[in-house]
Design a protein around this ligand. Structure first.
Ligand SMILES: [Zn+2]
Length: 164
C-alpha cells in the first residue's frame, strides 16, 4: 500500500432475519411455554441432575433423561443489575443470580425480581420460587424467580401466574 491509501468508514445498518434452533434442548422451552414445567436432565450413568438441562452429562458424557424439577430453589449467588441491554432496560434495577432448584445439582442463571429489591432480599441462601408470564413464547424470559415470601403477591398480578 502506498501513502495514498486512507482508511475510511461507511456507516450503515444491517438487518438480518434469522432462525435458530434449541436443538436437543427444545423440550425444555416447549414445556416451559405450554405447561409451565421446568425440566432438567438426569445422567443415565452417574445420576447427576442438570439444570439448565444437558442432553449429555458434562461430567461423564453419557446421555441424560428429562426429569421435572420443583419450581423452588435456593440462591447460590446474586447481584443487582443497574446497566443492561435495551431488552431489559425497563426492568432495572433487578436481580440476577444462580438458582439451584430443589432436586438439581447445578444452578441456573436467571432473573430474580423483588418488590423490595435490596441485596439482603436476594442474598445467597435465600429461597425463591418461579413465577411465569401469562403470555409465554418459549424463551428464558418466560419466567423469573421471586423471594418465596413475595410469591403470592407476584402471581396475583394480571401479567403473571404461578407454576404447576
Ligand atoms: Zn454423568
Amino acid at each position: 500500500m502506498s501513502e495514498e491509501f486512507q482508511d475510511h468508514q461507511i456507516r450503515d445498518v444491517i438487518k438480518i432475519n434469522y432462525k435458530y434452533t434449541m436443538g436437543g434442548q427444545s423440550k425444555f422451552f416447549i414445556e416451559l411455554k405450554n405447561n409451565k414445567r421446568l425440566l432438567g436432565t438426569k445422567c443415565t450413568k452417574c445420576g447427576k441432575t442438570w439444570m439448565p438441562p444437558r442432553i449429555n452429562c458434562s461430567d461423564c458424557y453419557e446421555p441424560a433423561d428429562w426429569v421435572e424439577l420443583k419450581q423452588t430453589g435456593i440462591i447460590e449467588v446474586s447481584t443487582i443489575v443497574w446497566y443492561t441491554t435495551s431488552a431489559f432496560i425497563k426492568a432495572i434495577p433487578y436481580g440476577v443470580g444462580y438458582i439451584k432448584l430443589d432436586g438439581a445439582e447445578t444452578a441456573l442463571l436467571q432473573g430474580i425480581f423483588s418488590e423490595n429489591l435490596v441485596p439482603s432480599k436476594i442474598k445467597k441462601g435465600k429461597r425463591v420460587k418461579a413465577v411465569f408470564n401469562r403470555e409465554r413464547i418459549g424463551k428464558m424470559t418466560d419466567f423469573f424467580f421471586v423471594p418465596e415470601d413475595e410469591y403470592d403477591k407476584w402471581i396475583s398480578k394480571p401479567e403473571y401466574e404461578g407454576g404447576v
